[in-house]
Design a protein around this ligand. Structure first.
Ligand SMILES: Cc1ncc(C[n+]2csc(CCOP(=O)(O)OP(=O)(O)O)c2C)c(N)n1
Ligand SMILES: [Mg+2]
Length: 579
């Protein structure tokens, strides 16, 4: 069969993706996408991951791209396959993850005429993709090869432009669909044009930097708030600013500042608990807030900042996004973090006064000391699970954190430590979907064992994702916090509203998760003490495949115990440190 035209055309597109920095493709099976799948696999510089379930595949691609901050190809056939990518694309949009989605499609004459497995794929992802293009059908004309090359380069470029995010290239293909592998599909003549596109960095204007530097120079109680930060250079820039100005950093777990940095003195990790108390809120009030990254997970922090709209608040964002959910920012500045910090530090002197920093530091340490006194063997108290987990995680490994209570519990119970770790979560849209798959996708990028801590409903939501742990031999330890339902809702007012509460919000499933582990060829254990958790965690760490560690907790009694403990601790902290 002579299908060289299509082979060259799609081959040229694949090769151009590679020129643009693509190294990974996640491929879902199907017929219409045959040339996309085969030519991705044929390209020596593309690493192909095959996942059967498109919903799970898209989250896997999201995890991969999120971990290395490079564009990943996500390929599917025509029909509802593409629709199954949707939730991951929404998450990629909000968490700014670069994905290049290639959806194979019927050629134009087979659209909207009742052809099988044909749905309208035009703009199917709506405004959640930054760019959509419906490619022309393969053509061997030299100009059309330059066209497809340009489209591919452009897709990669837009995905990587700040804010990074997903793009869709819809690829119509006419039968026959089998590429001709007897030719070199990636062959280029010396004379072929190259497309080298470089994204830039946001640089704020001189006037603005001077104005902000002057505000910073005059502040006596400056406070840094750091949300999710992926790049080490951003983390280091934030630390540089803190050191030069003696500003405390309220560091979200995803800022990566709580792990593996030397400057622990500047890192405040208990603000979520401390800011629940009104007297401490007052005691810790800043005169300036500088925020980097998205808003941290902590609700008390958010409410505190919202309440104090009189405080000057600078939000620094390379994408110039409006990451200001409290609507209280006075300055929204489009700037690369490192650039902003350097420009400011060129203009302001070192701030020697450590009073405000010490104030935070004292209450933070006091809180941690008192919290530690509540530690015991009993794993039905989540605090013991997280404390033990912090201790067990191998250095340089990945902790992927489920939404709902796990991300909040990590925020509360994980202390700043010297051990380097990467903490990740899907906080773009805070979904409880796709978490298992996203965690597995990070392995392909980081090649470090993954520990996933996740609630039972979130785990149930993405059990399909477990297949890639088995098929790709990914070392995944799942610490499943099973409180049989949605524990987070017990903290809401409807918790006392029976008969509605349990049926509509608690939603117990009563599932026996041991079978899930068996289905995917994994190991299973159910520790009840810290020692057992230690032994069972260590028994399989680094071993390929799924290792499910289920911990049974009680969402009904949790809220009361948690609130009582926090009240007691905050009372002690205040006794020690408030005038
Ligand atoms: C896709 C999706 N559906 C629904 C929700 C709303 N939701 C938030 S938390 C939650 C319960 C999660 O339960 P679980 O994973 O067991 O965690 P727990 O609250 O028990 O810690 C639900 C349904 C959501 N965030 N995302
Ligand atoms: Mg639960």
């Amino acid at each position: 069969m002579n299908n060289q035209t299509m082979t060259t055309y799609i081959g040229r597109m694949m090769d151009e993706f590679v020129q643009g920095g693509v190294k990974e493709a996640v491929v879902c099976p199907g017929s219409r996408s045959t040339p996309l799948a085969m030519l991705a696999l044929a390209h020596q510089e593309i690493n192909v991951h095959v996942l059967v379930d498109e919903r799970s595949a898209a989250f896997y691609a999201l995890g991969l791209a999120k971990a290395n901050q490079k564009p990943v190809l996500l390929i599917c056939t025509s029909g509802t396959a593409a629709a199954n990518f949707y939730p991951a694309i929404v998450e990629a949009h909000y968490s700014r993850v670069p994905l290049i989605v290639l959806t194979a499609d019927r050629p134009h004459e087979l659209r909207e005429v009742g052809a099988p497995q044909a749905i309208d794929q035009q703009f199917i992802f709506g405004k959640f993709v930054k760019w959509f293009t419906d490619l022309a059908l393969p053509d061997k004309n030299e100009k059309m090869l330059r066209y497809v090359q340009t489209a591919a380069a452009r897709a990669g470029y837009i995905a990587m432009q700040e804010p990074k995010g997903p793009v869709q290239v819809n690829v119509p293909l006419r039968e026959p669909l089998l590429p001709d592998m007897s030719i070199d599909p990636f062959h280029r003549e010396e004379t072929d044009t190259k497309k080298i596109m470089g994204t830039g960095q946001a640089v704020p204007n001189e006037h603005m930097v001077s104005e902000l530097a002057s505000i910073i120079a005059h502040s006596r109680r400056g406070l840094i708030v750091a949300g999710e930060l992926h790049m080490q250079e951003e983390q280091e820039a934030v630390l540089r600013l803190a050191k030069a100005r003696n500003y405390p950093i309220l560091a979200d777990p995803l800022s990566q500042l709580r792990n593996g940095h030397e400057s622990e003195m500047y890192i405040i990790d208990a603000y979520d608990s401390l800011l629940k108390d009104e007297e401490l809120q007052q005691h810790l009030l800043p005169d300036l807030v500088i925020r980097f990254g998205p808003m941290p997970v902590s609700k008390p922090l958010f409410k505190w900042l919202e309440k104090h709209s009189e405080i000057e608040q600078i939000v620094v964002d390379a994408a110039g996004g409006f990451r200001d959910p409290g609507l209280t920012a006075t300055y929204l500045i489009e700037s690369h973090v490192g650039f902003f910090v350097n420009e400011v530090l060129n203009r302001v002197d070192k701030h020697e006064d450590t009073n405000y920093l010490n104030r935070w530091h004292d209450v933070n340490s006091s809180f941690r000391t008192h919290l530690a006194q509540y530690a015991d063997e009993d794993l039905t108290f989540e605090g013991n699970v997280y404390r033990q987990l912090q201790h067990l995680l191998p250095k340089e490994s990945v902790l992927f954190i489920g939404n709902s209570m796990p991300i909040r519990d990590v925020d509360t119970f994980f202390e700043t430590q010297k051990k380097p770790l990467r903490m990740m979560a899907n906080r773009g849209a805070n979904g409880i979907d796709g978490v298992v798959s996203t965690a597995l996708g990070t392995y392909a990028a980081l090649k470090q064992p993954i520990t996933l801590v996740i609630g039972d409903l979130s785990f149930y939501h993405d059990m399909n994702g477990l297949l890639s742990a088995k098929l790709m031999h990914i070392p995944l330890t799942v610490v499943l916090i099973n409180n049989d339902g949605g524990g987070i809702f017990s903290f809401l007012p409807q918790a006392s509203d029976e008969p509605y509460y349990e049926k509509l919000f608690g939603t117990p499933t009563g599932l026996n998760f041991e079978y899930a582990s068996k289905l995917y060829g994994g190991t299973y254990s159910k520790p009840t003490t810290k020692q057992e958790l230690h032994d069972q965690y260590m028994a399989h760490i680094n071993e390929p495949g799924l290792h499910l560690i289920e911990i049974e907790t009680d969402r009904h009694s949790r809220v009361g115990k948690h609130r009582q403990m926090m009240d007691e601790i905050l009372r002690e902290v205040k006794k020690e440190w408030l005038p």
